[in-house]
Design a protein around this ligand. Sequence first.
Ligand SMILES: Nc1nc2c(ncn2[C@@H]2O[C@H](COP(=O)(O)OP(=O)(O)OP(=O)(O)O)[C@@H](O)[C@H]2O)c(=O)[nH]1
Ligand SMILES: [Mg+2]
Length: 441
Amino acid sequence: MKTKDTIVSLASPSGVSAVSVVRCSGTDVQTIIKKFFKKDLEDRIATYIDFIDKKNVIDDVVAIFYKGPRSFTGEDMLEILCHGGPIIYQTIISSIASIEEAREAEPGEFSERAFINGKIDLPQAEAICSIINAETIEAANAARKALSGGFSEEVISIDKKVLNIRVEIEALLDFPEEEIEHAGLEELEKLIKTTITSLDKLIEKTIARSVLSDGVRVAILGRPNAGKSSLFNLLLGNDASIVNKQQGTTRDVVFASLSLDGIPIFLYDTAGIRKTTDPIEIEGCRRSYVTAENADLIIYLFDGEEDETLEDKEIVEKIKNMGKPILLVTNKIDLREKNERQNRIEISAKENIGINLLKKKISEEIALTSRNSSVSVIKNRQLALLKEARDNILALNISLKELDLAAEQLKRTQQCLVKILGEEEDDRVLSGIFSNFCIGK
Ligand SMILES: Nc1nc2c(ncn2[C@@H]2O[C@H](COP(=O)(O)OP(=O)(O)OP(=O)(O)O)[C@@H](O)[C@H]2O)c(=O)[nH]1
Ligand SMILES: [Mg+2]
C-alpha cells in the first residue's frame, strides 16, 4: 500500500454545480500549497485565494489546510472549494496531479488512509460508505450510529468477554483434573452464556441495519391477469407498469424502488405464469421464476374473479420449495361476494381496498425475514464474522478433557472479532472493501 504519495481527487459530484470540492492528502500537501497558492495557509482557516498554475489564475477559491494528524486521514490535508464547473475542477486536479509528488486518488483511498492511520476503524469506514449510499433517512441514521463507534465498542466489549473466558480456561488448565469440578466450571458456563447472548443481540442489530441500508427485494408473482401490474403501480404510486385486460401484458420483469417504514424496498412486477407455447411468454415465465429465486419476499397474487386453479397451486408449491417467505393475496375482491379464505390477504388493486393491511403485512414479513439467515442482504462481512464468532463459541465444548481445544476455539473467536475491526484483516480484503467506495471518499 502506498502511503507516501500525496493524493488528489474531486470530493463532490462531477458535473456542473455552484461549488466543487477538491481534496488532497499526504506528506506533500504543503508543497502543493506553496506551488499553487504562492504562500502558506494557516491551519484550519478558510482562506479566499487564487489558484495559480504556470502564472495563470485558474480560479479564485476558498482553501482550507488541515495539519495532520488533526485531519480526516490523519495526514496533512487540503480542501479547495472552487467554482463548480468541470473545466475548473479538472484543471485544478490535473495541475496538482502533474507534480512529481502527487497523483489522482483511487476509490476509497482517503478512507483507507484514515483507517491505516488509526483515525477510524473498519466498521466506521464501512459506515461512511453506508451513509453516502443510504436510500432512506432511517438507513442513514442507523449508519451514523455505527460511525460514532457504537458498533465497534460492542464488538470490543464482546472481545473482552471472550478474553475473560480464555483467562478462566487457561487457569483451569493448570489444575489437576480431579479438582477442576470445584474450580469454577459453573462460572465459566455462565460467562459463555452471556457472551453468546451479547453476540446474538449484536447480530440481530446488524441484520436490522443491513436490511435498512441494503433494502429488501419483494417480487409479485401470479397467473396472467391477476392484477400484478395494477398492484405494483398502486404500491409505487405511479403507472410504471402497463396494465391491460389482455393476458400476458407484462412480458419482462419491471423493477422500481420505494420506501416502506423507512426500509428500502425493491419491488418487482413479473410476467404472469402459465403453460404456453409462445416463446416470448415462456421466456417471461422463466424470468418470473428467476426473480422469485432472487427475492427476499414473494407476494403471490390470486385472481379473485376466478377460483384458485391447479396452476396457482403448482406455482405456490414451487415458490415454497424455494424456501421463500410468501404472502398469499387475493385481488379483485370488488368483484366477488365476501368469501374470505384463511391465510389470504384480500385486496382490490383497482378500488384501492386492503392495501394498507397488505403494506403492514409486508413490513411484518420483512422484520421476520431479516432474522432468517437465508436473506441475501446479510451476506455482509461484519455479519459473517459475527456469526462465525458465535458458532465458535456455541461449539465450545467445556468438557474437562477438552479444555485445550476450547482455548483454541476461543482464540479463533477472538480472531473473528478482531477482523471485524479491521485488525489482522488480510490486506487484499481491506483493499477490496475500500475499492467499493466512491472516488474522493
Ligand atoms: N375489478 C378489478 N379489476 C382489476 C383489479 N386489479 C386489476 N384489475 C384488472 O385486471 C386486468 C389485468 O390487470 P393487470 O394489472 O394488467 O394484470 P397482470 O397480473 O399484471 O397481468 P399480466 O401482466 O398479463 O400477467 C386489468 O384490466 C385491470 O384493470 C381489481 O382489483 N379489481
Ligand atoms: Mg402485468
